[in-house]
Design a protein around this ligand. Structure first.
Ligand code: CO
Ligand code: CO
Length: 327
């Protein structure tokens, strides 16, 4: 479903009210947060989707990284998870085994225990995790706390939707596909831990709605504007070539149409960058709103932890004519 459909569907449905609910579906955040008692605050999320890559092991690892990411986006620490499986009965169970193995390895890397799950017969494969985590401190990073004057940091390059579409249609080379797999498999755990240390105010993980779709949600929730520097948008190497060959997912086109009324483009912003900024990502990086000194701190600590891919892509501004500006 596109972001507009989701809003329409949820509109008017009753939302639970309780002082222990710190974040829930009426705040449009990445994960729900519930204060169990004075010591423990749990954080929960669920995510699953059809295969984005052919290799079942990689698909399992990517789906796991993607599911865990919503906990990281809130500044939480994932602890346990449950598998969610849709599987066609006519397929070889060895495929499912490989998917689960990929997820288990990724969970182990994250220090998360997968403790069970549920499977149903389905006409296509679907896989993901329901994840429970905890908040280790008082602070967390809801979408509603971006503040004018903050900088926007993006921790992974864009283009996984374009490249995986190109891979499915055999339009791009295997090394480009492998690069996208590596980006999607990377956990957002280090980025999350370091952003909390550096005083991040607000964050979200860039997934199905694309950079602009997720930025729009954050800008709306925070009542601010955002200005992006199109020259700073990081691309996975090979994304532009894949675009040129006509690889652009339907979901990304839908994102573009949805955000377009809320974006002011400088005329010089090239069309390929506009497309990439709306591209639906799988297991994308964190988009973080943080003070300029915090951003400096964060980029330095990420680099010394071996994550040099994070960049400042823009800034948070007072609300303007449109929510988003791209220069
Ligand atoms: Co998310
Ligand atoms: Co999600």
């Amino acid at each position: 479903m596109g972001p507009g459909d989701l809003e329409k569907t949820l509109a008017g449905l009753p939302v639970p009210e309780d002082p222990r609910i710190i974040a829930g579906n009426h705040f449009s955040d990445d994960a729900a947060i519930f204060k169990l008692n004075s010591e423990t605050t749990i954080i929960q999320t669920v995510d699953f989707f059809p295969p984005v890559v052919d290799d079942p092991y990689h698909y399992g690892a990517i789906a796991a990284a993607n599911s865990l990411s919503d906990i990281y986006a809130m500044g939480g620490r994932p602890v346990t998870a449950l598998n969610i499986v849709g599987f066609p009965p006519e397929l070889d169970l060895e495929i499912l085994r490989e998917i689960l193995r990929g997820a288990l390895d990724k969970a182990q890397e994250a220090g998360v225990f997968i403790l069970g799950g549920h499977s149903v017969k389905d006409h296509e494969i679907k896989f993901g995790l329901a994840v429970t985590g905890i908040l280790t401190g008082e602070s967390f990073t809801p979408e509603s706390r971006a503040r004018a004057g903050d900088l926007l940091v993006l921790t992974k390059p864009l283009g996984t939707g374009i490249i995986t579409t190109g891979c499915k249609k055999e339009l791009v080379d295997a090394d480009v596909c492998n690069r996208a797999v590596a980006v999607m498999s990377e956990l957002n755990d280090v980025a999350s831990r370091l952003m909390m240390k550096s005083g991040a105010r607000s964050a979200t993980d860039v997934t199905g709605f694309g950079l602009l779709g997720h930025a729009l949600r954050m800008a709306r929730a925070s009542g601010v504007g955002m200005t992006f520097d199109s020259r700073q948008i990081p691309l996975i190497e090979g994304a532009t070539e894949a675009l040129k060959k006509g690889a652009y997912p339907g979901g990304s086109s839908a994102n573009r149409a949805y955000v377009e009324p809320h974006v002011t483009w400088s005329p010089e912003v090239p069309e390929n960058i506009r497309k990439v900024m709306a591209d639906a990502q799988t297991s994308g990086g964190l988009l973080i709103s943080i003070s300029p000194s915090g951003a400096d701190d964060l980029l330095k600590s990420l680099a010394s932890a071996g994550h040099s891919g994070a960049v400042i892509v823009g800034k948070v501004t007072p609300p303007g004519k449109t929510f988003l500006m791209v220069e």
